[in-house]
Design a protein around this ligand. Sequence first.
Ligand code: BTN
Length: 242
Amino acid sequence: MSRVICLEAVGSTNEYLRQNADLPHGTVVLSDAQTEGRGRLGRSFFSKAGTGVYMSVLLRCGNQPEKAASLTPNLAVAVCRAISTVCGVTPEIKWVNDLMLGGKKICGILCESTVKNGVLDSVVAGIGINVLTKAEDFPDEISAIAGSILSVTGKRVERGRLILELIKEIDLMFEAWYGDERVYLDDYRRLCCVVGKEIRIISPDGEKTAFAEGVSDDFGLVVTDGDGCRRILRSGEISVRI
Ligand code: BTN
C-alpha cells in the first residue's frame, strides 16, 4: 500500500476516495468516525467514534469489469485472516460479504467499482469492523443482529494492530486475485456459514425460502428453492437471512 490518510471524522471513507479518485493505487483512508457510513443495498453503516475500523482502499485494476464481483468475497477472506491473526478468533462469512462472530455481524464490506471504456478502472474497497463497540451502543434497529469483537469475545483489540494486519492481508489478496480470482475460493467455501442451511432470500420482489447447497466457482450461492429449482444467486441483487 502506498499511503495512509487518517481522518478524525468524514462522511464516508468510500466517498472520500471516490471524490479523490486520482490518488495512487493502494491509498488507504481511515477515519475514527463516519457521519454517513454506507453499506450495501442503500443501507447505512453505524460508525461511532473510537469504536471501529472504518477503512477504504483504492485498488487500480485495469482488467475486465466481470472480475469486480469476485473482489468482495476475496476481501472477506483477507479480512477474516487479519482478524484471526490479531484476535485469535476466526469470523465466519455470511454470503456474500458479512463477517459474523457468535452469530452477530461484526463487519461489512462494500466495494464500489468504476468502469472506464469497458475496463475495470478502479475499485474502492470499504471495510467496516465493529471492534470496541458495546452492545448498548448499537441503535435499536440493528442491536439484535450487530456485535463487535469486544461484545462477542470480551477481547479489547488494539485497532492499530488490526489495521496493520488488514493492510498486509489486502495487499497479499490483491496480488493473488489479480493473477487468479480463485486462489481464495477454497477458504471462502470453508468460512461460508450459509452452506447446508435453510435461508430466506430477500429481493425487491419479496422473501423466499431456499436451501443453500454451496458456493459456485465464481462465488455465487447455489440454492434450491421450494419448487426444487436450482439456481445461482449473484451478489448485489439479494440478501440472505439464515
Ligand atoms: C455492509 O455491511 O453492507 C457494508 C458496510 C461497509 C462499511 C464500510 S465502513 C468504511 C467504508 N465507508 C463506507 O461508507 N462504507 C464502508
